[in-house]
Design a protein around this ligand. Sequence first.
Ligand code: ARG
Length: 459
Amino acid sequence: DSNQMWGGRFAEGPAAVMREINASIPFDKRMWRQDLRGSQAHIAMLAQQGIVDAGDAASIAHGLEQVAAYYEANGVAEDLTLEDIHMQTEARLADAIGPAAGRLHTARSRNDQVATDFKLWVRDAIDQTLAALTAFQHALLNRAEEHAASVMPGFTHLQSAQPVTLGHHLMAYVEMARRDVSRFADARARMNLSPLGSAALAGTGFPLDRQATAAALGFDGPTRNSLDGVSDRDFAIEYLTCAAQCALHLSRLAEEFVLWASQPFGFVSLSDQWSTGSSIMPQKRNPDAAELVRGHAGRIAGCLVSLMMTMKGLPLAYSKDMQDDKPPVFECHDLLGLCLAAMTGMVESATFRTERMRAVAESGFATATDLADWLVREAGVPFREAHHITGRVVARAEAQGLRLDELPVEDLIAIDSRIDARVFDVLSVDASVASRTSFGGTAPDNVRAAIREAREALS
Ligand code: ARG
């Protein structure tokens, strides 16, 4: 108070900023359920081991239920003086049951507490994501079944390459989703060890039963090294890696929807529910949701990079930097949930313009490979030579503005006398896709078999 000009401000300002930079409650309040679950397991074990007497333990367990009910009804206040969800909950517990609340934190540190809470949260997030991936696959499978024989142009270099079926194209995304599922499941299995009981970093002298708390929380067992237990965030990075890969897949499908919904393609019309208009151009039907899925994939990749950068140089064990682990994981989960739900909705409700797809497939000389294959098969021509002959046929058709199957047979014979009228059997797009019967190929029967197999794997 000797300096009326700035003394108060100087003393107060840094403290306020310190509080602000230090507090995680604005975001980690999202883990309140996991925090309470962990505390319930911990207090039950402390009582079991005779570390806290049964009366206090019962009152703590009951108090934690009251705190849960309070949070459920009122939400979690962002009180920066209480710093994080762990201190917030302990303060609430003390309000509810008095000084016995102070016994809950016996043989525990916020370091093993937060690692446990966060693992529980990520595990729940993975379970939700797996459910969303299942719904996404059902949507794809239903539309693939409907369009197992609908011909569309297949592309390489975004140039018409060979005809495929829309069902086959959609099933490619089912394969991606299946790998995503297996990656998430794998990450979940690997992370499923409990850090609780690692204490601050070195373990504790109290006779804990770490197996018991691990089992109570659905873990396969306790982590094997206390330093690693409190400082491992691989599980969160691995979750983000799986999410980033999944988002990349969704982004590719989103990009295809954006392209397909454009007028030059005209392959798909998105439902009203999944389109937006323009405030100035009345004719517009914009695929905003697909564009945002494409955009969000970039942000999700950013979340992964964010946490990798947080962790890359941290000495063991806990450092406060690690508090920054949560915002990117929470953001990723929210974004990925939106992306999966949006793509599922778009796939379910899209109108595929199969006539237009077929017309484009027929117009791009997409059966040229079939002609070359016919020359190899029926006339014994070496493939390289067949490729050359077919190239001349395509040039002729292009010059005359005709499709391959519209060229007069005399023109074909003039190019190579080994060609005869039987070639027309393979020049239609339907004949082309029907012939692709190799395992994993686009023949409609193969597509139907692939759908059956995928449905069985899902159930
Ligand atoms: N809010 C902290 C976090 O999210 C909890 C752990 C704090 N531990 C500590 N020793 N300061 O990481």
